[in-house]
Design a protein around this ligand. Structure first.
Ligand SMILES: [Zn+2]
Ligand SMILES: [Zn+2]
Length: 409
């Protein structure tokens, strides 16, 4: 594909910015949580209406899968935007602040929807020369609700053959994620693991309650729980390879009711992060071993529950390099960064990347006159995303699809 097409894409994205800003602000005012985002879905359907796409409304979630079929035969490429917001108040003071109590688009998913809807417009306008198809995935429930997994289970990837019966399998999948950790329009990614797995840990230590003045007649679960917390940190630093790291954070420890009662139980809750499935399972085993060992040393019993969250998000090496390379043409080489290491946050786009080679790329949204080190981060009640970044985002989404399809055999 000659590069002038990319220049045109950026120009056209500029023209689409006012519409993208309108849509983004509308979503920002009326954010929705979880796997059912009906208002957001309606706005998405409205914005795609005139584009003549094959739209599938999912039923287990409010997900929307929209298929654009080009005039020329070829495979299918998937582009993802997530649609949900977070359960938190907004304190940005913006005039388009959330009108919904305790709900805020603090992770920029409103910008993702607006950018992907814009990209759909850019790509639909190129239908006559498009080689293959583009599947637009609008997915709710990214913030811990496994929305992508639900959409996969509902057959997202089972795209039909072309009208003449030629198969058109999905050969690539791409997602952008807005971040305040980079300046407006900067694209950052890396080949290999880009985001961590995230599992929830709940440990319950059960001893024997009694009078706080006579601990020897009880089995006090509190010091045992404290010992487990310390031992978990030793396990992580001593038994896990620093170059294939893990984070185990105990974020809550709860026990007891008053000063003169030894309680029967103590609870420890936290999160487990890893950037390889190997380390992830090694840490799970280590936590069980350590908790059981410490508890049994003190004649207490323990239960360890690990709720599996999102797997590690692993970018394909070729797909990530392809995205970064394209970004050099779209935003300029000085605005592209190859991340030295993964980010310990998690993403359910990981489920898509387990099935289709592809990549997730970050798109910076902190204005250039602000310091990214001190800017309110994603998930902050004060986070601010510069809407100008959506120009690069729309051009990137569309460019990744076009170039992917043009370089397929
Ligand atoms: Zn988030
Ligand atoms: Zn997010």
């Amino acid at each position: 594909m000659p590069d002038h097409t990319l220049d045109t894409l950026v120009e056209e994205s500029h023209d689409l910015l006012p519409a993208a800003v309108d849509l983004r602000r509308e979503l920002h005012r009326w954010p929705e949580q979880g796997i059912h985002n009906p208002i957001t879905r309606d706005r998405i359907l409205e914005s795609l209406e005139s584009l003549n796409l094959g739209v599938t409304r999912h039923t287990t979630t409010s997900g929307v899968a929209a298929l654009l079929t080009g005039a020329l035969p070829g495979p299918t490429v998937l582009l993802r935007a997530d649609t949900d917001a977070l359960p938190m108040p907004e304190d940005t003071g913006l005039d388009y602040s959330s009108r919904v109590e305790r709900t805020m688009h603090a992770c920029g998913h409103d910008t993702h929807v607006a950018m992907l809807a814009g990209a759909a417009r850019l790509l639909a306008a190129r239908k006559d020369t498009l080689r293959g198809r583009v599947l637009f995935m609008f997915q709710p429930g990214e913030e811990g609700h496994h929305g992508a997994r639900f959409m996969l289970e509902e057959g997202l990837l089972d795209v039909p053959a072309l009208a003449d019966g030629t198969p058109s399998p999905i050969t690539g999948a791409y997602a952008l994620h807005t971040t305040s950790a980079a300046h407006t329009g900067v694209i950052a990614s890396r080949p290999g693991p880009i985001m961590a797995s995230a599992d929830r840990l709940l440990i319950t230590v059960t001893g024997r309650g009694g009078h706080a003045s006579e601990p020897f007649r009880t089995i006090d679960p509190i010091p045992i729980a404290c010992e487990i917390v310390q031992a978990l940190q030793t396990m992580v630093t001593r038994r896990i390879d620093v170059f294939d790291p893990s984070v185990v954070t105990v974020a809550r420890i709860t026990a007891g009711t008053t000063n003169n009662v030894i309680p029967e139980t103590a609870e420890i809750e936290g999160t487990i992060r890893a950037v390889s499935e190997r380390t992830r399972s090694k840490v799970h085993d280590g936590i069980k071993r350590v908790a059981e060992g410490v508890a049994s040393a003190h004649e207490a019993s323990v239960s360890v529950e690990i709720d599996y969250g999102y797997p590690v998000t692993v970018n394909g090496v070729d797909a990530a390099n392809f995205g970064l390379d394209l970004a050099r043409s779209i935003v300029g080489p000085d605005r592209v960064a190859t991340l030295p290491h993964p980010v310990m946050g998690a993403e359910d786009f990981s489920y898509v990347l387990q099935r289709v080679p592809g990549a997730m790329l970050f798109l910076g949204g902190t204005p250039w006159d602000k310091d990214t080190a001190t800017a309110a981060p994603n998930h902050s009640n004060r986070v601010f995303f510069d809407e100008q970044a959506m120009v690069s985002g729309m051009a990137m989404y569309a460019g990744m699809a076009l170039r992917h399809l043009d370089t397929q055999p």
